[in-house]
Design a protein around this ligand. Structure first.
Ligand code: SF4
Ligand code: SF4
Length: 176
């Protein structure tokens, strides 16, 4: 075992006044109070804290903002998803649950009888959208997950996701 060099560091001695925390409490209060009065200034230009008056003023999201998922539709209103499981396989948060069923139409092999996304567990990575071979799932709804008191309300099922959906213009993945 090699030599170990130990460096002793002297403890900073505190006075009784410092140990009481009173000076630091007063310093913190003075900062808070100065912010409070500065932001009461009727001249808004002089304020340093800006409050967005939501919901009257809505924040504009960037063009590539990823919002709630939506399931795209075919021309006849059916779900575009063919239950290939690519999205649920790639999902790093394991929050997509799909059950596949046989479709009556022989040109469509499968469709999702169950398609549920746990939106609270989702980490909004967008991999499901990238993995989908037929433009069946998108994250461009521009909407947040709505606030809820119940955990179950974060489970978005197929019909709810289809309500957020719309017609896809993509050609691949069967008929439009
Ligand atoms: S965005 Fe990412 S975490 Fe969310 S469902 Fe898609 S793959 Fe999963
Ligand atoms: S990757 Fe697309 S087609 Fe495949 S299960 Fe997911 S949403 Fe459906």
């Amino acid at each position: 075992m090699g030599n170990v060099t130990v460096k002793n560091v002297d403890r900073i001695k505190q006075t009784l006044w410092e140990k009481s925390y009173i000076p630091e409490i007063l310093r913190g209060l003075s900062v808070t109070t100065s912010h409070f009065f500065r932001n009461l200034n009727p001249n808004k230009e002089k304020r340093t804290i800006f409050t967005r008056e939501y919901p009257e003023v809505i924040t504009e999201y960037p063009e590539r903002y990823r919002g709630l998922h939506r399931l795209m539709l075919r021309d006849d209103g059916q779900v575009r998803c063919v239950a290939c499981m690519c999205c649920s396989t790639i999902c790093p948060a394991d929050c997509i649950h799909i059950e596949a069923g046989e479709h009556d139409d022989p040109t469509i092999e499968k469709y999702p009888t169950v398609f549920v996304i746990d939106e609270l567990r989702c980490i909004v990575c967008g991999l499901c959208v990238e993995a989908c071979p037929c433009d069946a799932i998108r994250m461009d709804s521009g909407r947040h997950i709505p606030p809820s008191l119940e955990r179950d309300e974060a489970f978005f099922d197929r019909d709810l996701l289809m309500e957020l959906g719309g017609l896809s213009e993509a050609k691949q993945g069967g008929q439009r």
